[in-house]
Design a protein around this ligand. Structure first.
Ligand code: C2E
Ligand code: MG
Ligand code: MG
Length: 751
């Protein structure tokens, strides 16, 4: 025991009324390295537990007053005495006392007379085994806690004797009272869900015969009727003869995971807003139905719905109302959809239905018209009464396609045609629609690539000041330099770029490129004051135009007066309040705003008054025949007069001949643009023209001024050379351009 002396081996409490025993035991144990406390009666021992927590208690049985048994009992009741090893000290042959002490949960006994040399060793080993026991209990508790957290329990099955043992956690998972569990394989099978019982039994038998481990997910049925999911796993042991004898495994409650999987699967196949199947599920079901229809020579129809002008509802009433309307629409569609047919929302305002067993085209058309009529009735969304119509396309199996993909595409193409035919319309697919659709699709793909490959170019068309014939600015017009198809007009791809949202990127590029080009002209000394850039409706509504304009102008080192934005009437009317806010912000920046293609939209005079714009660009259609038709001339005159009354500048588009110009000048139209002056042309061509007009600064001698006193051009000749008539001079200096100005020009020397 010498080694034991160097460290404290533990705390010992001695309870004995015999002074000699107390003294000798204390001396011996302290000498061996224990800390000892000795008392001569039970109550003192119990009271001491509050301050002295022993690792072992040596307890005499026979004591006056409270005897050892009673003391043992009381110590066990004390919270700190419950787990302390209690060693009873009793006479050598006193079996009865030993028996009784064990019964009262004493740990061990020591016979009196005590063997003092052996005592420290006994005490030491009892403390050690008590500690080991405690650690084991703690580790068991930890394991059980971990199993509880993981909702995982372990089990063992003695196959030969059909004895099944479950851990506490398994009883908890199955909500079964251990006392009522018969512990057989059948009891386990009975606790599994009836729908999985056979599968579980087969899986266990297969694992045994194939000597593989078992791993299955299955359902169980709790006594309360609740269904849960578990994962059962096990390994099998075989005896020396190869017979299966033992199986050990785990059961884990995986209900939460399974429910999450079910939810995820539902989300993957359903539309969140309406709860309807989505495109993936629709295609799956349609594909299955097509297989069946092929075998039974049945006809199917796919109906493709697209709500008309739904965007308008979204823009006017907000997305929340839009969403509520979509839910109502899905319910209306559902009302007429037969059980067995599938209704789906493909996204946005697009829905599809496929119909089984369609007897004829007329049959499908009738269903589509029923849907259409059903959709037309008013919708009460919150305090608003809304109306919506749809365009419907129909494709039939087998005539219009044999796969889900082709049928949906064909129905989509027919829907597109229904839209073209004026909306609120049903259209049956025809082959020509397919050609149009595939052309659109290939154009759409090409368009995306074109942006990456930088295939877009800008052409510029000058705008002429009718008072003095000078170029007041240029309009940037985008073109697509297609590698195979050559130069493509914006009319062929801008609508598609709008539809697909690509216009945002394209529009940003146009703005940056046009302002950059103006900067290049300035550097080259070419006299261009301003560039105007077309802004598409989508850009105007969605893009952060203010930031974009600021950044484009600052990158090109231009002042804001160098830029004009052309916006169509319809884009402005879409959401007047928002338009006014955006326009005001742009104007505050100093950017000019013109209404493009004026007269083709639906703006009224009152609208025009409230819109902060600077310029009206009268659409070409009003100019085209104005020189030949009196009525057209009157309309043109009315528009120009209206612009004057609203104090707006006016630009006439599509000026193609001198007669147009004469008419416009007589109406005091300030500016014009058209083939008569110049076609839109690449920047380089325009640069050449511009530079021909420009004079090196040092040779500028005179400025020719128009009747408004604005500079018409700079010249290096003395006007008297030509009899003092500046008009003649301008004609001579710029022979390519007809004399546009009708007013008197004056010349002033430049200082
Ligand atoms: P717009 O803004 O009204 O542009 C004027 C169009 O009229 C141009 O057609 C121009 O070439 C054409 N034009 C000019 N003078 C005459 C003429 O005397 N007679 C005739 N018949 N036509 C004339 P273009 O370049 O084909 O552009 C068509 C439309 O495409 C533009 O109409 C504009 O709305 C749009 N567009 C062009 N570039 C862009 C762009 O960068 N962004 C956006 N959003 N739209 C653009
Ligand atoms: Mg324009
Ligand atoms: Mg225009």
């Amino acid at each position: 025991m010498n080694s034991m002396k160097s460290e404290l081996l533990g705390k010992v409490l001695i309870v004995d009324d015999d002074f000699t025993v107390r003294l000798l035991a204390s001396e011996t144990l302290e000498g061996a390295g224990f800390q000892v406390c000795a008392v001569d009666n039970g109550p003192d021992a119990i009271a001491l537990l509050d301050t002295f927590i022993p690792d072992i208690i040596l307890l005499d049985v026979l004591m006056p007053g409270m005897d050892g048994y009673l003391t043992c009992q009381e110590i066990r009741k004390h919270p700190l005495g419950a787990a302390v090893p209690i060693v009873i000290m009793t006479g050598l042959d006193d079996f009865e006392s030993i028996e009784r002490a064990y019964h009262l949960s004493a740990t061990d006994f020591i016979s009196k007379p005590i063997h003092w040399l052996v005592l420290p060793h006994r005490v030491h080993y009892i403390i050690r085994s008590s500690r080991t026991y405690k650690e084991l209990k703690q580790s068991e508790a930890r394991l059980s806690h971990a199993q509880m957290i993981a909702r995982l329990g372990n089990w063992e099955w003695d196959i030969v004797n059909d004895k099944l043992q479950w851990s506490k956690e398994i009883f908890r998972i199955f909500a079964i009272d251990p006392l009522t569990f018969s512990g057989t394989f059948l009891a386990f099978l009975n606790a599994t869900h009836p729908i999985d019982r056979e599968m579980v039994q087969t899986a266990v038998e297969t694992a045994i015969t194939t000597r593989r481990s078992l791993s299955i997910d299955h359902q169980i049925l709790l006594p309360s009727g609740t269904e849960r999911f578990v994962c059962t796993e096990a390994e099998i042991q075989y005896d020396s003869t190869g017979r299966p004898c033992h199986m050990a495994g785990t059961i884990q409650d995986i209900t939460e995971r399974k429910l999450a999987e079910i939810r995820i699967r539902h989300l993957a196949y359903h539309d969140i807003l309406t709860g309807l199947p989505n495109r993936a599920l629709f295609s799956d079901r349609l594909t299955q139905s097509l297989h069946r229809a092929e075998r039974s020579v049945e006809r199917l129809a796919v109906l493709f719905f697209d709500l008309d002008d739904f965007k308008f509802i979204n823009d006017t009433h907000g997305h929340r109302v839009g969403d509520l309307l979509l839910i109502e629409v899905s319910q209306r569609l559902n009302e007429i959809t037969r059980a067995g047919d599938t209704l789906a929302r493909l996204g946005g305002d697009e829905f599809t239905v496929f119909l089984h067993d369609v007897k004829s085209e007329e049959n499908a058309l009738l269903v589509a018209h029923n849907h259409l009529n059903n959709l037309l009735a008013a919708y009460q969304i919150e305090d608003k009464q809304l109306f919506v119509s749809a365009s419907i396309g129909i494709a039939l199996f087998p005539e219009h396609g044999s796969s889900a993909e082709v049928l949906i595409k064909s129905a989509d193409a027919a829907m597109y045609q229904a839209k073209q035919n004026g909306k609120n319309h049903v259209e049956l697919f025809t082959q020509t629609m397919y050609c149009k659709t595939s052309e659109r699709l290939s154009l759409q793909m090409d368009l995306r690539r074109a942006l990456e490959r930088k295939e877009f170019v800008l052409h510029y068309q000058p705008r002429v000041n009718l008072l003095n014939g000078t170029w007041s600015g240029v309009e940037a017009l985008v073109r697509w330099q297609h590698p195979d198809r050559g130069l493509i007009s914006p009319l062929a791809f801008i609508p598609l770029a709008e539809e697909t949202g690509l216009i945002m990127e394209l529009g940003e590029w146009v703005l940056r490129e046009a302002t950059m080009q103006l900067h290049r002209w300035h550097l080259a000394g070419a006299p261009v004051a301003r560039v105007s850039v077309n802004v598409s409706p989508l850009q105007f509504r969605r893009q952060n135009l203010i930031d974009l304009v600021k950044s484009a102008l600052s990158e090109a080192c231009l002042c804001t007066r160098s830029l004009e934005l052309e916006i169509t009437e319809s884009a402005l009317m879409d959401d007047m309040d928002q338009s006014i806010i955006t326009l005001k912000q742009l104007q505050r920046l100093g950017v000019s705003i013109s209404i493009d293609d004026f007269g083709t939209g639906y703006s009224s005079l009152s609208h025009l008054r409230s819109l902060p714009v600077d310029i009206l660009k009268v659409d070409r259609s009003f100019v085209m025949n104005a020189h030949e038709s009196k009525e057209d001339a009157q309309i043109l005159a009315a528009i120009i007069a209206m612009a004057h009354s609203l104090k707006l500048d006016i630009v006439a588009e599509g000026v193609e001949c001198e007669a147009h110009e004469v008419l416009l000048t007589s109406q005091r139209c300030r500016e014009a643009q058209g083939f008569y002056y110049a076609q839109p042309m690449p920047a380089e061509d325009l640069t050449t023209l511009l530079l021909e007009q420009a004079l090196p600064l040092e040779s500028v001698k005179y400025a020719v001024l128009d009747p408004d006193q604005s500079i018409c051009c700079l010249i290096n000749e003395n006007p008297t050379t030509f009899g003092g008539d500046p008009l003649q001079l301008v004609c001579r200096l710029f022979p390519g351009r007809p004399p546009a100005c009708r007013g008197n020009l004056t010349c002033e020397p430049v200082a």
